[in-house]
Design a binder for this molecule. Sequence first.
Ligand SMILES: [Zn+2]
Length: 573
Amino acid sequence: MGWKAWRRIMAMLAMTAAGLAGCAPDQPADLVLTGGNLMTMSPDRPRARALAIRDERLVFVGSEEGARRFIGPETRVVDLGKRVVFPGLVDAHGHLLSLGRSLSELSLTGTQSPAQIRQKVLEKQPSAPPGAWITGRGWDQNGWPGREFPTWRDLEGTEAHPVYLRRVDGHAAWVNRTALDRAGITRDTPDPPGGRLLRDARGEPTGVLLDNAADLVRRIIPEPSRAERLEWARAAIRECHRYGLTGMHDAGVDEATLEILRELRDREELTLRVYAMLDDADSAFVARQFAAGPQVDPWLTVRALKLYADGALGSRGAALLEPYSDDPSTRGLMVQSPDYLYRMTREALAHGFQVCTHAIGDAANRAVLDAYEKALAEVPPGDYRLRIEHCQVIAPDDFPRFGRLGLIASVQPTHATSDMLWAEDRLGPKRIKGAYAWRTLLQSGARLALGSDFPVESPAPLLGIMAAVARRDVMGHPTDGWHPEQRLTGDEAIRGFTVDAAWAGFAEGERGTLEAGKLADLTVMDGNLDLDWDVDLDWMTYAVSDIRVWMTVVGGKVVYEGNNTPSNRRITP
Ligand SMILES: [Zn+2]
């Protein structure tokens, strides 16, 4: 919407409010926000100036005058100084405790070489208890000279502690000699199902373990204590609020994690709305949750099952229909059989649970579409909202099936801007056209729920919005956007983090828009944010370095407040 149209609407709103000014004053609100640019995402009133909150709900969204009627002696009134307000932003695919853990371990994101990582390990060692595991996350060989996988030899000198370092996508682990020895991994160790040990020319394991092979080491790392997990969760919740998130969908919750989340909810410390997908690895746990049935709660909802079809593209673990363009010896691998995906989908639907399946490669996506199609044909017609998580590479013939089956494509825009440096090497010029193809997915009739897959990527939803709209990295590369025909508009991107994220979690009746009656979840942005961003890409890149979250409100409570300096906004008539 242009500025002139916006001004016309504001003038109309002012007149409407003037007409209501004679009404009796309403019961006072707890919090009134005035003087903002509210992007409500409600079709009835897309823009507004002010809102009022009583208890946990919005009681008014509209004009300044209208909001004033809710101001009583006890009401906190905040002037937004024309800052932009969104419905509370929700990450539709993240990993809460992993985020907390990643905050507590070695951060390897952006490291430039194996030598730099070895140095970080050496610096950590003096403070680590003798023999304790040193863990880290975030390395990516695609950002190093030569782009080769590292080996245990690159970690020589660190043998005093076992070292376990996960790749940025979590689908590969790099370990040192001590860790290999403790796990008893030798040249005689076979590749486990769904996993692979990288080996040198003589067949010796190199220290990089792909997908399920990482379990050979992971299973001997002592389990974190309950206290540690509680701390991780608390730290992750704070981090989410700081980035403006009011909710998240946790893509793979095990029993221990669910207990932590329940404990935090019962102590009223869960100030982030969590939509939990049960991890299928523990079948007894899943069976117990199925028997208990869906548990819908404003803070913690359990009504979804997470399945995994394949690995990731970066480590060539994604299952492709044809061999990798840069390694014709492999097509990647499925980590579950198509029949298992179908049986579990059937079972989940029978118990009233949604299914969310990780699928990256075109073969994996096809297998999931087949499984969903078969299961949906066997249940009564209904509102099932099956999801595919990532949907990264789709064969051209498969796109229309998303709309036909009423699926939710749960995608992570920052994956595209992180992977764009090497994705075409893996896939070649033809297949890349069906990769990270958000516009094609939308046109096929899928609903897009957007997220970050944190801690794989930053939890900052503004980075995801920018990646979706510009398809450029934070440095503004490439200038015209990577495969710009697949860009989303600003409105579509915000939808993916608000209305459609709510839809993906069956919560659109309570959240996702700023409307009176809904839960008071909202995100206020500071700095230069232009509502006309659809037309100005340069601006998006410039803006993202400048925009901060100013305030995060969940259920009417302010859970994060940045420093309240006067806005230096660029919104000008
Ligand atoms: Zn994930």
